[in-house]
Design a protein around this ligand. Structure first.
Ligand code: NMX
Ligand code: MLT
Length: 432
C-alpha cells in the first residue's frame, strides 16, 4: 500500500532532518548579499526538497532521474508511448519507480475520488465568459477547501507528527479531480458548455484526453505534458507559493489555489499562452505568410526594442536549453514536423538565442518549456491559448502536492524570512 510505504519512508527520513538541525543547524551554506535581497533572492540556497533538483546545465532531475530516464523507466499503459502520470506521483512520494500493481493502486484510488461535488460546477459556471481560465481554476480548487481532511483533523486535535496523513488524503482527493475540473473549465469557456462524462476505466492522461474530446495521440500528449510540468524544485514561483501558504497549515486546497495564482503570471506559466499570442501577432503582421529568417529576426528585435521580453526564452536558473523543451521538440519532429506553427517555433529556436546574446541582457538566451508547449496543443485542436496555463497547472499540482505532503511529514515550520528597510541596507553597506 502506498500510504504504508510512505509511512516507512517518512520514518527513515525524519532522523536525517533532525540530525542536520541538531548537529549542524548553525553551519553556513550560503550568504545573503544586497543583490540577493533586492533581486528576488535569485540563487539563494534556502529551501529543501528531495523530490526534484534543477541543475543549471543539465535541467531537472525528478528523484535523481533525468527526464529522458523518467520517460524510459516509468511504466506505460498498453500501447502508449508516454508513461502513466500516476507512476510519477508514486515516484515523487516514495523515491521508487513503481511496478504496474503499485500504479494500479493509485489509478483505483483516483477512480474512487474523481467525482466533483455539485457546488464546484456552480462555482465554475458562475464566472463571466470573459474570465481567464486560471482564475476559474484557482477558484474551483479554493471552493473545495470545505472538503479538507487536514482541516477537519486539525480542528479535532491531531498531533503534529500525523499532519501528513490527512494531507495525503487531501492530495489524493484533489489530484483525482483535476482532469474533470480542467475539462469543465474548457467546456464552459470554449465548447458552449458541452460536457463529456469521465471514463472511470482510463488512466489520468487518457481520461483527460477523453474529457477534452481529442483522439489519439492526445492521451500521450497529456501524459507527456503533465509529467514534464510536474516539478521544478522548490524556488519557482508556483512551487514556492504552494509551499509558503501550506507552511501556515492552510489546507492543501488553499495552497494549490495559491500555487496556481503564481503560475498565472506572464513571467512564469502564463508564458506558454504568451508565446502563442506573440506568434499570432506575427502571423497577422505577415498576412498568414510564413516569415523568412530575416523577417523573423526583425520581429524579435521589434519586440525587444519595444521593451518587451521574448516569451518562452530565458530562465532564472537554467543556462542551457530546457530539457522539457527538447522532449517536446522530439515529439513535434516525430508527429508534426510539417505543422505550420512548428515551423515558426523551429525558426525561433535558431533565431532568438543569438539575438538575445547580442542584446546582452538575458543571462540565459535559450528556450524554456513554454516556448514549445502551445504549438503542440494548437496542432491537436486546443486553440484557445488562454487555456494552456491550466494544463501546466494540472501537472504542477502533482509535484507541489507531493512536496506539501513531505513538508508536513518532515515537520518543516512556518516560513517567515526577515525584511529590512532601504535605510538599513544603506547603513549596513556604508559601514561595510
Ligand atoms: N527576453 C528579453 N529580455 C529578457 C529575457 C527574454 N526572454 N529573459 C531575460 N531578459 C532580461 C530580463 O528582463 C532582465 O532585464 P532587466 O535587467 O532590464 O530587468 C535581464 O534580461 C536579466 O534577466 P535574467 O537574470 O536573465 O532573468 P530572470 O532570472 O530575472 O528572469 C525569466 C527569468 C524567465 C522571468 C526571464 O528570462 C523572462 O522574462 N523570460 C520570458 C518569459 C518566460 O518565458 N517565462 C517562462 C519561464 C519558464 N516558466 O515556465 O516559468
Ligand atoms: C518552472 O517550471 O517552474 C519554471 O521553469 C520556472 C522556474 O523554474 O523558475
Amino acid at each position: 500500500m502506498l500510504k504504508e510505504k510512505l509511512r516507512r519512508k517518512i520514518d527513515e527520513y525524519r532522523p536525517r532532518t533532525q540530525k542536520l538541525l541538531k548537529e549542524f543547524g548553525d553551519q553556513v551554506i550560503d550568504e545573503v548579499t544586497v543583490s540577493k535581497a533586492i533581486g528576488g533572492m535569485r540563487g539563494l540556497k534556502c529551501l529543501v526538497t528531495d523530490i526534484s533538483y534543477l541543475d543549471p546545465d543539465e535541467g531537472i532531475r525528478y528523484r535523481g532521474y533525468t527526464l529522458p530516464e523518467i520517460f524510459e523507466k516509468l511504466p506505460r499503459p498498453p500501447e502508449a508511448e508516454m508513461p502513466y502520470v500516476e507512476g510519477l506521483f508514486y515516484l515523487f512520494l516514495t523515491g521508487d519507480i513503481p511496478d504496474k500493481d503499485e500504479i494500479k493502486e493509485i489509478i483505483d484510488q483516483f477512480r474512487n475520488r474523481r467525482v466533483l461535488p455539485g457546488y464546484v460546477y456552480e462555482v465554475i459556471d458562475a464566472f463571466p465568459q470573459d474570465s481567464h481560465p486560471m482564475a476559474i481554476f484557482s477558484s474551483a480548487i479554493l471552493s473545495l477547501s470545505r472538503e479538507s481532511e487536514f482541516s477537519r483533523h486539525y480542528h479535532s486535535g491531531i498531533a503534529k507528527q500525523d499532519y501528513w496523513e490527512p494531507t495525503f488524503e487531501d492530495a489524493m482527493n484533489l489530484l483525482a479531480k483535476l482532469p474533470e475540473i480542467g475539462s469543465c473549465i474548457y467546456s464552459k469557456l470554449y465548447r458552449g458548455g458541452l460536457k463529456t462524462s469521465q471514463k472511470p476505466e482510463l488512466d489520468f492522461g487518457a481520461n483527460f484526453a477523453h474529457l477534452m474530446g481529442v483522439g489519439k495521440p492526445y492521451d500521450d500528449v497529456s501524459r507527456m505534458y503533465f509529467i514534464i510540468h510536474a516539478d521544478h524544485e522548490s524556488g519557482n514561483v508556483s512551487a514556492h507559493s504552494g509551499h509558503l501558504v501550506a507552511s501556515s497549515l492552510s489546507d492543501l486546497y488553499l495552497a494549490i489555489s495559491a500555487m496556481l495564482n503564481g503560475l498565472a503570471g506572464p513571467l512564469h506559466g502564463l508564458a506558454n499562452q504568451e508565446v502563442l499570442r506573440w506568434i499570432q501577432d506575427l502571423r497577422d503582421r505577415m498576412d498568414g505568410k510564413v516569415p523568412d529568417e530575416e523577417e523573423m529576426k526583425q520581429f524579435v528585435w521589434d519586440t525587444l526594442n519595444a521593451g518587451q521580453v521574448i516569451p518562452g526564452f530565458g530562465h532564472a536558473v537554467l543556462r542551457k536549453t530546457d530539457p522539457r523543451y527538447m522532449i517536446q521538440r522530439e515529439f513535434a519532429l516525430k508527429y508534426l514536423p510539417d505543422d505550420e506553427l512548428f515551423r515558426y517555433v523551429d525558426m525561433l529556436y535558431r533565431v532568438v538565442p543569438p539575438i538575445l546574446l547580442e542584446h546582452g541582457k538575458a543571462k540565459n538566451p535559450w528556450p524554456n518549456v513554454d516556448s514549445h508547449s502551445g504549438i503542440i496543443q494548437w496542432h491537436y485542436g486546443i486553440r484557445n491559448y488562454d487555456f494552456y496555463t491550466v494544463l501546466f497547472g494540472i501537472g504542477r499540482a502533482i509535484g507541489v502536492a507531493a512536496n506539501i505532503i513531505w513538508d508536513r511529514a518532515l515537520m518543516y515550520p512556518l516560513e517567515r524570512p526577515k525584511s529590512l528597510t532601504t535605510e538599513m541596507l544603506e547603513n549596513l553597506t556604508s559601514k561595510g
